[in-house]
Design a protein around this ligand. Sequence first.
Ligand SMILES: Cc1cc2nc3c(=O)[nH]c(=O)nc-3n(C[C@H](O)[C@H](O)[C@H](O)COP(=O)(O)OP(=O)(O)OC[C@H]3O[C@@H](n4cnc5c(N)ncnc54)[C@H](O)[C@@H]3O)c2cc1C
Length: 423
Amino acid sequence: MFHAIAGARSSVWPGWAKSAFIGYDKLLTNPNGRFVQASVSKVCEGSNAQHEVEFSRVGADGTALAEERASFDFVVLATGSAQRGPTKPDVADSKSGVAAFEAIAAAVKDAGRITIAGGGAVGVELAFEIVKAYPKKEVTIVHSGDRLFSSRANNYFHPSLEEFAGEVKTRLEAEGVRLILGHRVEAEGGTQVVPGVLKGAASGAPLQLRLEDGSASAGKEGASASTDLLLNARGAVPMVGPATASDWAGLKEAASGSRGGIAITKEGFVARQTAGGAADAGVVPLSCRLFALGDCALLDGMTRTAYQAKEAAPMLIANIKAVATALAGEEPGSAARTSLAVPSGVRLQDLKVLEPHAMIPIGNKDGMGLFPGGSRPPAFLISFIKAKDLMTAWTAGDLKATSPALPAAPTGSYAVAEAGHAA
Ligand SMILES: Cc1cc2nc3c(=O)[nH]c(=O)nc-3n(C[C@H](O)[C@H](O)[C@H](O)COP(=O)(O)OP(=O)(O)OC[C@H]3O[C@@H](n4cnc5c(N)ncnc54)[C@H](O)[C@@H]3O)c2cc1C
């Protein structure tokens, strides 16, 4: 798996990416467990109270092999999100992933002026990684909202982020990052290094940019600018393909809302949508055997973070166990055993929705953070938890894999915490 939390540093620090691909092969030690490296094309309703999954295994050369189908008593959709940019290249295997990151890191190294489109947590992390690795580069963030971390659609802003966004802005500016807020940026022409990473069309030529007022309607004349490299950090896009490609209308509908993501109930079941927005839409499970969690799932208030998913996972597992136990108590072949409705009397847990939090590394020995309740952890804690190794050792531990070795820093300045900047 690609450990996405390391995406920004893997895009900047040559040689880092190979530490961010961690194998799943030791995870399922139970003899009934099985890990299959494959791409799931769709999940279907199936028959005999089992859901069907259609998938293609990944061949040794990274290509998709012939489609296969398998049936399961329970299915959890955890397909995550795409970033459409440097921090999560769309690749089939770790070898092509490392190659994509090395190409991005080489382009970052070559560029004198770098523009980042998007001032959410990922864009901000990228900017800090670049200025810490290469203090002489000119880095600009162009963000459509008028505050960092706000979303373009409605300039939505969780109140607890308000003050923190201002503090991060001040720190970025202190590190020499230029901020253009309230604007959108698009490249005019250019050559793609990988999708979401663009440089000038000819070798050494600048990339032309168009800057438009974030609120401007399409077609309004914008200002021109130029850069050497444009990095897309416009936000996570939930991966819902296996749901939208399904022949099962209920699952397709759960993933077709305008807000993106697969709608889930507060217990983690994929939610049934009802025509005309009836009162039970999003509240009633589509099937007691179908769940979704993580970045691909949509539940009011739930953020797309590993922290949130990790908090909710044990509750979702408890709910699967509760349903499985109840179904096992029903007569084999009975309507209650094969129904998609949640068995009556089952005690289910609600997934805990956490307040937004943030941990932003600034180099590998410094950082800023916002913890639930609004507290600001000290820089050494952000460094200890995240900045030093981007949590690769924790994730490797969770997957029962060996902690990856980390590469040497690209410049002497990177590893040095800047005195006086502790959050
Ligand atoms: C730069 C960066 C920094 C971050 N920092 C933090 C942080 O500090 N704290 C935090 O809590 N969160 C952080 N996040 C967010 C965090 O990485 C995500 O919330 C988390 O990875 C979501 O986990 P997931 O398992 O839902 O999805 P993902 O990590 O996206 O994993 C989904 C997996 O499913 C696979 N997949 C997708 N479609 C299919 C398919 N059809 N068939 C088979 N497999 C499929 C994908 O290839 C991927 O391996 C960060 C993200 C980025 C990009």
